[in-house]
Ligand binder design. Structure first.
Ligand code: CP
Length: 306
């Protein structure tokens, strides 16, 4: 990677992605490698998180480093009016790496411009979630045995879902075919469709979530309708239950189909899907630990083969 920070998946070349995925596989074989001894990482979470924060913190701990940070910004001096710039400069005095989630799009990029300490974007508004993309790519390659020429169906909130926006960019090196299934209010934004057009990526848009689409699919990527991004809660109520995946909808699906979801789930995947061997979202979240260990070593310039 050219930059020390990882703020967007488009910073990663195909070679960068494949190297990080190979390193993630080595961490899956042995996650306890003391490569961060003497180093301190900060996790600054201005927005809620379960998986991203805890897997990053576990990653640092298993690498022998230490973690400071917060998961509730109301307990920090930002609640007294401290700017993001000053917060980042202060934390930079203490740590070797900053992992941050913020509600404002572009916040991680801005942070990377005000400090020399590497920044990892753990989600900025509806924009990007590059470490999620890396674990998604890891999960796709692990379950399909390849990344090339797969049909990926994305379902749900494609407007606000930063994970699907990042995944399109991450998959763009690997000749995917996309199906975008969303209600009109939550369609894939023009920015992402223009990206597909520019890079020659095939996609179709649908408002109906049918078995016919599922049966053509290798990776079914379900997403939650993100209540926190709506300014009009009546609109949220109208669309929140529009697509629910049930087990019986998978009866004629491909053998290799795997169901991914960045989680948390609300009710877009019925609980009867969980016992289907094609459900992969729990293992997907586990893969986040290994992908994040690989990302941390990448941004800190640490060779994992030492
Ligand atoms: N996938 C994801 O970002 O989950 P959390 O919001 O729990 O971190």
């Amino acid at each position: 990677m050219k930059s020390k920070s990882l703020v967007s998946i488009d910073q990663c070349s195909k070679e960068d992605i494949l190297r990080i995925l190979d390193n993630a596989r080595k961490f899956e074989e042995n996650p306890n490698r003391k490569l961060l001894e003497g180093k301190v990482a900060a996790t600054l979470f201005f927005e809620p998180s379960t998986r991203t924060r805890l897997s990053f913190e576990t990653a640092v701990n298993r690498l022998g480093g230490r973690v400071i940070g917060f998961s509730d910004a109301s307990t920090t001096s930002s609640s007294k009016g401290e700017t993001l710039k000053d917060t980042i400069l202060m934390v930079s005095n203490y740590v070797d790496l900053i992992i941050m989630r913020h509600h404002l799009e572009g916040a991680a990029r801005y942070a990377s411009e005000v400090t020399d300490v590497p920044i990892i974007n753990a989600g900025d508004g509806a924009n990007q979630h590059p470490s999620q993309t890396m674990l998604d790519l890891y999960s796709i390659r692990k379950t399909q045995g390849k990344l090339d020429n797969l049909t990926i169906t994305m379902v749900g909130d494609l407007k606000y879902g930063r994970t699907v926006h990042s995944l399109i960019v991450g998959m763009s090196h690997f000749h995917p075919t996309f199906h975008f299934v969303a209600p009109n209010e939550l369609r894939m934004p023009d920015e992402q469709k223009n990206f597909c057009d520019k890079h020659g990526l095939k996609y179709e848009e649908h408002t109906d979530f049918t078995e016919d689409i599922i049966n053509q699919t290798d990776i079914l990527y379900m997403t939650r309708v993100q209540r926190e991004r709506f300014t009009d809660l009546e609109e949220y109520e109208r669309v929140k239950n529009v697509y629910i995946l049930r087990n019986d909808m998978l009866r004629n699906s491909r053998e290799n189909l795997r169901i991914l979801h960045p989680l948390p789930r609300v009710n877009e995947i019925a609980y009867d899907v969980d016992d289907n061997p094609k459900a992969y979202y729990i293992q997907q979240a586990r893969n986040g630990l290994f992908a994040r260990q690989a990302i941390i070593c990448e941004v800190l310039g640490i060779s994992i083969d030492e």
